[in-house]
Design a protein around this ligand. Sequence first.
Ligand code: GLU
Length: 416
Amino acid sequence: MSQEQTPLTVALSQLKLASKKLGLDAGMQKMLAQPKRSIMVSIDIRMDNGSVGVYNGMRVQHWDARGPFKGGIRYYPSTSIDEVTALAMLMTWKCAIADIPFGGAKGGVCVDTKTLSKHELERLTRRYVSLIAEYLGPHRDIPAPDMYTDAQTMAWVMDTYSQLKGYMIPESVTGKPVEIGGSWGRVEATGRGVIHCVKQAAENNRLKLGGASVAIQGFGNVGYHAAAAAKEIGCKIMAVSDSSGGIFYEGGLNPAAVLAHKEKTGSVQNFEGCQDITNEELLELECDILIPAALESQITRRNADKIKAKMVAEAANGPTTPDADKILYEKGICLIPDILANSGGVTVSYFEWVQNLTREQWPLEKVNRKLEEKMSKAFNDVEAIVAREESDMRTGALMLGVGRVANAIKTLGLWP
Ligand code: GLU
């Protein structure tokens, strides 16, 4: 392949691979390749200085055959309809693998959150939600956080949607603050889930986790909580990074101390006693476990050959291209694919939705126990296909996810 792939060409080639393995007919393949609905909006807001800001927003709803659309909203300057479409597709497979009753969606706004005040971000969020509100709802499409959005953003989403309807509807959004119906454990869920998969894969691959060295690209919500969960089970966090670069310390970092430093200085770099490294160097470190927890297309045919980790756990969505998949597989590296590894986030989103619908609040221990049960089941379901097909884990996960969605569509039939 001469050209570097985009998130959408990657998602489509993954779908093609799974469809071929599953023997799906041409009609089904065509249906799965297209999102059901793509909404593009122009978000006009009053800036603090009195001027007008105009931002592009979108929401892509891929498939809802197994339940209402579900997926995060990302705020990122270069996000695009192609990227959001690819991510919506991944959400459809992810929810099917986790076996939760949701389809897949994703939202995006092209904005650099660092350039907006809190008030401007609130106005942007509320205006965006008002523009897509008729397509949202607790039984239609349920948003959640993604890159550069958080529990506060979801509080604004929930309040705006509820104000438009005239009554409070907590089950319309997940990833909310706990005081307004958020679930205990949702913030940590994605990171914890990644490490849960690492534990299961380590057992299968006879990799000892006590003292195992870990490198994590990205130190946002997912990266930080993956680091904390990995440290909890005795791994050594050797390197972490954020958008400005990374740090390396062979003796093992304390994630909480690095987070405090990042909150104070704006970046993980220049942390006392550590060597500053680039994001590229982090990926190529000699380590046991590599966790990409940042952007798409980080491990490509350009650097896959230089990856030295024994295991790659994809906390980010789409960090590895298909060319790179092949290279890693040939090198004997165990790769836990995104649609399995990071499904802990949407799984606890599902628990949050159930708690909201039943007006219950579960204790953290219950959430974590149920998360472990769901993730173990998903992991074992994928492994069963891997064993049967003698395939890599990405292929196994895709076959499980795409297969379950295709079955649901077949059962529903086409109306009229
Ligand atoms: N944005 C997260 C993801 O990519 C979570 C989605 C959700 O909880 O709905 O999986």
